[in-house]
Every structure is written in structure tokens, then in C-alpha cells.
Design a protein around this ligand. Structure first.
Ligand code: DGL
Length: 274
């Protein structure tokens, strides 16, 4: 399946994708750190959520998006979705001729830098937690760290509903987090694109526990890889182009909250059988 490698040039765009709008939290950090880069963002809003689906379906969806990005001749792909990173990163790396970076390794690294007690909590979608990808990443980096995981499937719809500081969200958060907090964790990895939006509520429930948002760490990892490969855009203006597999209007309205600013010119794409 592997085709000829093309490295791209410093002016080639960076592909960023997610199951929907959630990955815009990662794009936000990327744009802040790499203002001269051109980004192509794909949100598979027609098939979101991925977190409740089988690994096999998520892999198929991810490869369809990868095919689209490959045709756009991107110089790198950032998998801004925890679920896709958890279940499809090796498949994407085999398929794409350019570097593919996910959000899990940077998130795990940041958690290890933050923990004092060596006890780390991990929350994410069902598919992410089932894959044990975060646990494995943490263990690879430091085998003496103990991790405790919990799937929090209701957080994604609550964040999309905009109930970020809502009483219902606080109650749900208590039910999900208390069993993990009781294990004495001092650091909690927010292993899902949507969870940073719930930070205020999660902070109230988690008290002094450090919350790790992998978006900034991922952006740093992207920058160092670009530097290492001599592909960092050092001049010119940055830009973002957006593609959505469902209604662009909905993507635009919802996306604003995740990106923290207006999005313009969202285009519709068809990904099935690409
Ligand atoms: N983007 C997904 C993640 O980070 C959350 C939404 C979904 O389930 O598709 O895991």
C-alpha cells in the first residue's frame, strides 16, 4: 500500500484531522505556536463520534481521511483525535509517506513531567480507554508509574451541548472521576479532544489534581519534528482551510467554541470510498 515518499517543502500544508470539531482544540494550540504554517483541517462530522465505535471502523474512517490529505500533498499529518491515535496510528504511519504525529505520546510525557506521586489518572472515550494506548505510553516512558483509567462517554455530548459549567456536567464528572481520584492520583490526563472545554468543571471536581491537556504538548512535538526535518515555515503568512463531511454551517457554529475564534469558508467533503 505504501507509495513513493514525498517530503513536501516548508511551504507545504500540515494536515490535521479529527472525528469532528473537537480537534480544533489541538489546531488552536498549533496555530498559536506555529503562526506561519498553513493547516488543512478535516472534521468527519458525518460519522462523529468515533469514541463509541469499533477499532475496525475507526481505522477505516481514519484511512479515508488520510487518503484525502495525501492528495493535498501535506508535509505532515497531526492526528488531533485521541480515539484515532489510540487505535489507528500504526496504520496511518504505514499508509502515509510523511510523518504522522498523534496526541497520546505528548500527553503521556506531560503527565510524567507533572506527577509527584507517580499515580496518574487517564480519562477518554470508550475506544481510547479500551485500547489501553495511554497506559502503554505511560509505562513505556516510565515503568514505575501507576495509572488508573476511566471512560467518560457522556462528556463529549455535554461539551457539544455547551454545558461546560452546568450542574448536570458537575454531577456526571463526580460519578466518573471519584473512583479514579480515590486511587490518590495527583495528575489526570484529559485524553479526549472535548475535555479541555470542561476544564472549569473538572477542576472543581478534581481539586488539586493537575489536569493535563495534550494540545500544547502536541504542538511542541510538531514544531520540533518540523525543525528536525528542516520543514518549518519560517516566513510568509499562516492560514487554515477547513473541510467537514457533514453540514459546513453546523461545523462553523460548533467549531467556533472549540477553536476560540470564527472559522470561515468551511467546505463539504465526501470521505466514503475516497
Ligand atoms: N475526538 C474524539 C477523541 O478525542 C472525541 C469525539 C469522538 O468520540 O469522536 O477521542
Amino acid at each position: 500500500m505504501k507509495t513513493a515518499r514525498h517530503r513536501g517543502t516548508a511551504r507545504s500544508p500540515i494536515g490535521v484531522f479529527d472525528s469532528g470539531v473537537g480537534g480544533l482544540t489541538v489546531l488552536r494550540s498549533l496555530v498559536a505556536l506555529l503562526p506561519r504554517e498553513k493547516f488543512i483541517y478535516v472534521g468527519d462530522t458525518a460519522r462523529v463520534p468515533y469514541g463509541t465505535k469499533s477499532a475496525e471502523s475507526v481505522r477505516r474512517f481514519a484511512l479515508e481521511i488520510a487518503r484525502f490529505l495525501k492528495r493535498r500533498r501535506v508535509k505532515m499529518v497531526v492526528v488531533a483525535c485521541n480515539t484515532v491515535t489510540a487505535v489507528a496510528l500504526p496504520d496511518l504511519r504505514r499508509f502515509l509517506p510523511v510523518p504522522v504525529l498523534g496526541v497520546i505520546e505528548p500527553g503521556a510525557r506531560a503527565a510524567l513531567a507533572a506527577t509527584r506521586t507517580g499515580r496518574v489518572g487517564i480519562i477518554g472515550t470508550e475506544a481510547t480507554i479500551r485500547s489501553r494506548a495511554y497506559e502503554q505510553a505511560v509505562r513505556r516512558l516510565n515503568p514505575s508509574i501507576r495509572s488508573f483509567s476511566r471512560a467518560c462517554p457522556l462528556f463529549v455530548p455535554l461539551a457539544e451541548e455547551g454545558w461546560t459549567d452546568h450542574e448536570v456536567t458537575r454531577r456526571v464528572a463526580k460519578l466518573y472521576l471519584n473512583p479514579v481520584l480515590r486511587k490518590g492520583v495527583d495528575t489526570l490526563i484529559l485524553g479526549c479532544t472535548h475535555y479541555p472545554l470542561l476544564k472549569n468543571t473538572l477542576r472543581r471536581v478534581a481539586g488539586k489534581t493537575e489536569l493535563i491537556d495534550s494540545a500544547d504538548e502536541t504542538a511542541k512535538a510538531v514544531r520540533s519534528r518540523l525543525e528536525q526535518d528542516g520543514l518549518l515555515a519560517s516566513s510568509g503568512r499562516g492560514a487554515c482551510e477547513f473541510f467537514s463531511s457533514d453540514d459546513p454551517k453546523k461545523f462553523t457554529a460548533l467549531g467556533k467554541r472549540f477553536l476560540g475564534r470564527d472559522l470561515k469558508g468551511v467546505k463539504r467533503i465526501h470521505l466514503e470510498g475516497v
